[in-house]
Design a binder for this molecule. Structure first.
Ligand SMILES: Cc1cc2nc3c(=O)[nH]c(=O)nc-3n(C[C@H](O)[C@H](O)[C@H](O)COP(=O)(O)O)c2cc1C
Length: 215
């Protein structure tokens, strides 16, 4: 248990001692510090209740005009036909590891505003916010989520029946942490590698392009 009372999901679930937590400012929230994107997932099922909670967290994201453009399509191992169909939509490099996880989600975002039909340039932006909610809520429940761009969008549209007025967002794997040893060697190396980020001064600036932000 962390000092702020939040359960530390990695220790609770991983069978091996790897440290994937962000090496960051001590005041960054534990839920953010301890979120990461594994590829080794166990086959342990995600309960209906936990699945509902992560989707509910996504539901409460902010969105432009409160349009809530996000839609989530869920393929679970408990429905083998749906799960196999979703695995088949992924590119082979993602199939290799993602197929072990019990839940696959494919996201879509409405392209137009419902109140006036005009283009909503923030549809995928807001779907991304909903995904961040989902990921952090998953972390709070001892689950992990891993987003993927590597899937066949046309196939997903066709297999799920997503209408033209919706963009495809990310595919997402949801489940419990597995053992890195279950992965092919190259993927296993990435699984245990330290996570990297650009320094803050490469992404945050003063009020002009490239002007340093004095913090
Ligand atoms: C929109 C999006 C698409 C991604 N696509 C893939 C993917 O197709 N395959 C994959 O293995 N990881 C994918 N990732 C995971 C990123 O590689 C990962 O988030 C990044 O390396 C940072 O690692 P972290 O999430 O553990 O901090 C994707 C992440 C996002 C947000």
């Amino acid at each position: 248990m962390a000092s702020n009372g939040i359960a530390m999901p990695l220790e609770a679930t991983t069978p091996v001692n790897i440290d994937k937590y962000a090496d960051t400012h001590p005041r960054v929230h534990e839920l953010i510090r301890t979120r990461w994107s594994p590829r080794a997932f166990s086959s342990r099922a995600v309960s209906d209740e936990d699945l509902k909670i992560v989707l509910e967290a996504a539901r409460w994201a902010a969105s432009c005009y409160n349009e809530q453009p996000w839609r989530f399509f869920v393929g679970r191992k408990s429905d083998p036909e749906a799960h196999a169909r979703f695995v088949d939509i992924l590119v082979p490099a993602n199939q290799v590891w993602a197929k072990s996880a019990p839940v696959l989600i494919i996201m879509a975002a409405k392209r137009t505003f419902s109140h006036n039909g005009s283009p909503n340039y923030y549809g995928l932006h807001d779907a991304g916010q909903a995904l961040a909610h989902l990921m952090l809520q998953a972390n709070a429940l001892g689950l992990h989520a891993h987003a993927m761009a590597g899937f066949d969008r046309d196939k997903a549209r066709q297999e799920i029946g997503i209408p033209d007025d919706y963009d495809l967002g990310a595919a997402v794997v949801l489940g419990y942490l597995g053992n890195p040893d279950q992965l092919p060697e190259q993927t296993r190396k990435a699984e245990v590698a330290k996570r990297q980020r650009k320094p803050l001064d490469e992404i945050a600036f003063g009020s002009h392009w490239n002007e340093p932000l004095a913090l």
